[in-house]
Ligand binder design. Structure first.
Ligand SMILES: Nc1ncnc2c1ncn2[C@@H]1O[C@H](COP(=O)(O)OP(=O)(O)OP(=O)(O)O)[C@@H](O)[C@H]1O
Length: 193
């Protein structure tokens, strides 16, 4: 049974001369890794948003949708006035000790009580990744989500994602322009044009 499946979907934004993408048929199974590639403007983020259920396609059919999704973007979108830990408790109120362990695994435990608004981009991206992993998603969607990390932080993030992928069979769908930094190595590739 697919976690996500669609048949010949397309997305046309009103007033735009061309669709963001068209005629995509795709199935994401438990434990899959999918790397969505293509040039700027090819529709990668738009497709990701459709997989997440945030945007409806304007043609074609969605056949299956995951129950639990974790998403992280290049822009971390934390609640600036809350501490890092309170941002995490907001999505997983009963998982404080797990949240602390994940922050420690990404080397940002010292920032647990810091307001999210005062984090650097790389720190905020790590906190946003913890937030996505804490919901134990069936599908983790990463849209340039680790682009602000230095090599050692990126390696920590990659191992954490990989552990959860192997332990829980979490599927990973990823957009990254830097192919040397693909978390979902060895999986499928969907090339948009
Ligand atoms: N909300 C929107 N309203 C109108 N047009 C949009 C909207 N979002 C995206 N588009 C258009 O849809 C097309 C695909 O955009 P999208 O962001 O999905 O591309 P992308 O492949 O993720 O690009 P990039 O690699 O630059 O992030 C672009 O032409 C863009 O201008």
């Amino acid at each position: 049974m697919s976690l996500f499946a669609c048949d010949k979907i397309g997305l046309q934004f009103p007033g735009r001369p061309a669709p963001a993408f068209s005629c995509i048929s795709l199935a994401i199974e438990t434990g899959d890794c999918l790397h969505i590639t293509g040039p700027s403007g090819a529709g990668k983020t738009s497709l990701m948003r459709v997989i997440a259920g945030l945007t409806k396609p304007t043609s074609g059919r969605i056949i299956a949708r995951p129950k639990r999704i974790g998403m992280a973007f290049a822009e971390p979108r934390l609640i600036g006035g809350l501490s890092v830990l309170d941002n995490l408790r907001f999505v997983a109120p009963r998982s404080t000790s797990e949240a602390e362990a994940l922050l420690a695994a990404l080397d940002i435990a010292a920032f647990a009580k810091t307001p999210a608004s005062s984090l650097s981009k790389g720190q905020a991206q790590r906190a946003a990744l913890v937030r996505a992993l804490l919901v134990h998603p069936e599908v983790l969607l990463l849209d340039e989500a680790l682009s602000g990390l230095d090599q050692s932080a990126w390696a920590l993030a990659r191992s954490l994602i990989e552990e959860q992928h192997l332990r829980e069979n979490m599927a990973i769908v990823e957009i990254t322009h830097d192919v040397s930094r693909t978390v979902s190595r060895g999986g499928k590739t969907l090339q948009l044009t």
